[in-house]
Design a protein around this ligand. Structure first.
Ligand SMILES: Cc1ncc(COP(=O)(O)O)c(C=O)c1O
Length: 346
C-alpha cells in the first residue's frame, strides 16, 4: 500500500494484510502456531542468520501479528513496529534496547502509574535511573539530561492528568543532544495525533485501549519512525556487532528498521513477552472498527470517555480537559463534580 496515501479508515481495515494466497481468505487468518517448517537446513540457517525474511518461532514473529504490526505502523506513518503482550511490555522492550546498567532516562512526571513504577522502581533495580520532570515545561527535559541519558520519554496526553505535550519542543531538545524522543501515544491514538509528524522517534501504544477498543485483549506496540541517526555515537549497541544475536550490526544491516529488529531479536527473544496470535487477531478486529470508535470518542464535543467520567464522578473536585472543544463538557463535569462532592460532604 506504499504507492498511495490511504485514509485512516482504509488503513484501519486493510493495512498490513495481503489476502492469503493459498486459500484466498479475505479475513486475516489466525496463525495459531508456535513454530514453522523449513524447506531444508540451508533455509533454516539463512532464517536464523536473518539473511532471509520469514518465521522461525512465534516468540519472534508470526504472520497474524505481522499484520497487526504493519497496520499500526501504517496508522502512525512509521517505518516498522513490534507487537508484544501488553503496553508495559512494549515500553520495557523499547527502553531496555536503548539503555543498559548505568544509563539514564528523562521522563515526564505525569506518566501512567504503571509506567512511572516501571521506570522509578523496576528499572532502578536494573541500574537504569530516571529523572521525572514537568511535561508542561519542556526546558526541564533539557536541564535533566546527563552524559549517560539515552532517551526522553512522555505521553502525548498524560494519563490521568491529561497534560498535552509540546512534542516538537521536546523532540528539538532530544535531537540537539543526539537522543531519541519516545512517545506513548495510547490516549491520543493515531487518529488524533501522529507524534512522528512532530519529531518523535519511537511511538508506544498500549493496544489494550483504543487500538483494540473492545476491551477483550491485552497488547502493546512499539513503532519506529526510521529517521533517527543511530550512528551518531550515542548508541554503539546499534552499530557494533551484537553480543546477543550472531554479531549482527543492526543499523548497518537493517537501516531504517534496525531498531525494531534489535528490539525483536534481542529483548523480545530473550525476555519473551510475545503476544498471542489470537490476541493479534482480536486487536486487528478492533482496529477494523477503531476508525468509528475513535471518531465517535475523540471527534465529538463530549467524547464517550468523558461522558463515562461525568456519570462516574462522585468526589472529583477538579478535572482537566485537553481541548477547546471540550470546554463546555468540562464546565458540565465541574458543575456535576461540585454538586456530587457537596452531596458526599467532601
Ligand atoms: C498511557 C498508558 N500507557 C501504558 C499503559 C500500559 O498498558 P497495558 O495495560 O497494555 O500494559 C497504560 C495502561 O493503562 C496506559 O494507560
Amino acid at each position: 500500500m506504499a504507492d498511495r496515501r490511504y485514509g485512516f479508515g482504509t488503513l484501519c481495515l486493510h493495512a498490513g494484510q495481503i489476502p492469503d494466497a493459498a486459500t484466498g481468505s479475505r479475513a486475516m487468518p489466525i496463525y495459531q502456531t508456535t513454530s514453522y517448517v523449513f524447506d531444508n537446513a540451508d533455509h533454516a540457517a539463512s532464517l536464523f542468520n536473518l539473511q532471509t525474511f520469514g518465521n522461525v518461532y512465534t516468540r519472534l514473529s508470526n504472520p497474524t501479528t505481522a499484520a497487526l504490526e504493519e497496520r499500526v505502523a501504517a496508522l502512525e506513518r512509521g517505518r516498522a513496529s513490534v507487537a508484544v503482550a501488553s503496553g508495559m511490555a512494549a515500553q520495557m522492550a523499547c527502553l531496555l534496547t536503548l539503555c543498559k546498567q548505568g544509563d539514564h532516562i528523562v521522563a515526564a512526571r505525569t506518566l501512567y502509574g504503571g509506567t512511572y513504577s516501571q521506570l522509578a522502581v523496576t528499572f532502578a533495580q536494573f541500574g537504569i535511573e530516571a529523572t521525572f520532570v514537568d511535561p508542561d515545561q519542556p526546558e526541564e527535559f533539557e536541564r535533566a539530561i546527563r552524559p549517560r541519558t539515552k532517551a526522553l520519554y512522555a505521553e502525548t496526553i498524560a494519563n490521568p492528568q491529561l497534560n498535552i505535550l509540546d512534542i516538537a519542543a521536546v523532540a528539538g531538545i532530544a535531537h540537539a543532544h543526539g537522543l531519541p524522543l519516545v512517545i506513548d501515544n495510547t490516549l491520543a491514538s493515531p487518529y488524533l495525533c501522529r507524534p512522528f509528524e512532530h519529531g518523535a522517534d519511537i511511538v508506544i501504544h498500549s493496544a489494550t485501549k483504543y487500538i483494540g477498543g473492545h476491551g477483550t485483549s491485552m497488547g502493546g506496540v512499539m513503532v519506529e519512525s526510521g529517521k533517527f541517526p543511530w550512528d551518531n555515537g550515542n548508541f554503539p549497541q546499534m552499530t557494533e556487532p551484537s553480543i546477543g544475536y550472531h554479531g549482527v550490526r543492526f543499523f548497518e544491516t537493517f537501516g531504517d528498521f534496525g531498531f525494531t529488529m534489535k528490539v525483536r531479536m534481542e529483548i523480545v527473544r530473550t525476555l519473551g513477552p510475545a503476544i498471542s496470535p489470537f490476541n493479534s487477531f482480536l486487536l486487528l478486529q478492533g482496529l477494523a472498527s477503531t476508525s468509528g470508535t475513535i471518531r465517535s470518542s475523540h471527534g465529538s464535543t463530549t467524547p464517550a470517555w468523558l461522558r463515562v467520567l461525568i456519570t462516574r464522578s462522585r468526589n472529583a473536585i477538579c478535572l482537566k480537559v485537553p481541548a477547546r472543544s471540550f470546554r463546555s463538557a468540562s464546565r458540565a463535569v465541574s458543575r456535576r463534580a461540585c454538586a456530587s462532592s457537596k452531596r458526599a460532604g467532601s
